[in-house]
Design a protein around this ligand. Sequence first.
Ligand code: SAH
Ligand code: SF4
Ligand code: F3S
Length: 418
Amino acid sequence: MAGFLIKTFGCQFNQLYSAMITDALIRGGHRSSESLGEASLVIINTCAVREKAEEKAFSFLGEAAMVVGASHIVFMGCTATLDRERAVRIAGRGLNVVEGTAAVEQVLAVVGTVVPVGELDCTPPRSLFPTADIELMRGCEGYCTYCIVPRSRGPEVIVDVGEVLHRAERAIGSSFSELLFLGQNINRYRSRLGGLVEIMSSVDELDGNFWFWFLSSHPANFTPEEVRRLMELRHIEHRLHLPLQSGSDRILERMNRRYTIADYARLAEPVRENADWTLTTDIIVGFPGETDDDFAHTVDAVRGFRFDGVFLAKYSDRPGTPSSRMQDKVPLALIDERHSALLRIVQDLSEQSNQVLAGKFVDVLVLAVPAGSDAFGKSIDGRNVWFSCSEPVPGIGTIVNVAIDHGSREGLHGTRVC
Ligand code: SAH
Ligand code: SF4
Ligand code: F3S
């Protein structure tokens, strides 16, 4: 039996792969460890979307190599695909590198050369319980000019509809309460049933008590009619994550996003008209050529759409992307300034959005019940909820009703209704 440590950077895809590997290692009789000193296997699952995440992974690699030695490390994920040489320079020649991010089986084959692993099965990883992450698609062919994902993950691969539905049924049958469907550009999903709406409708017809949602939508591949049809499903969570990236049409064009603010507004309208739904987004600040005027348009858009949550990123130059070759880079100090200004606005909007729910009752999926402090969960519209509850404490994965006392920037606070 070996102690293993998995360090995960980046998106939900990496979280899913790390969880599948964790489960296979535990089935193989190993135990998870938090400390490098106790680990005889270290897996580093990397993200290349921004320079900062890459630098953190390389620095952890250097640290791990000194403690456990290169031959006990598996370096995988997007950075491993893009920059094997640097990883080997840092850790040494014995490093196990898994290039390509397509198949978890490939990773397990490499891990298996370090320690014996258990079998993979198609039940969602237990370590993510009560959420079952299910891949609909891998890779991306969106070619946004700033983004490394099409290079690091490669072309789109669609998971067969039968396989997706089988995994969803297995998850529900194994008591998972939430299904999260994944694709980098999920609106491009196609199967014999049709597109995203059709497969989500089939999931909605499955028997059981569950919620589901999906990530990430791309405004260019979505229609308001599809948004409306999805919103009518019975089991769908009341939230849409729809990355906007910039509020300026000029910058959206330079980003190759293939929609305008007016197109985005048409998609957002059904969600904004329904007070039970939340709308969240991703914004990049400081894309090359972004003027004060472009930035002002982004501020206006963020205010205008009243986003309930925004993931704000500072533009990061990624080697080999078209935007890395653009000449008119925004100075870092200006990016910082714009980022801080927008962050304040985004935080105020989140606070206002949460405060509106004071005095209301919301359904909450229980995610953690720590002894001695409030329980934690997610509301059906995706907000963090901290709540007190008397005995019997609810189990993780149950859905409870919570009376909201007040909202804060971080989420909702209340008491479970017995
Ligand atoms: N496929 C998803 C997002 C994947 S990357 C989509 O299209 O929405 C997640 C987020 O990282 C992106 O939405 C974008 O906001 C951000 N991002 C990607 N590349 C970036 C870069 N070079 N610099 C800063 N942020 C970036
Ligand atoms: Fe990157 Fe664009 Fe693909 Fe999203 S759609 S992963 S931002 S290239
Ligand atoms: Fe990062 Fe690769 Fe995901 S670059 S965001 S881990 S697809």
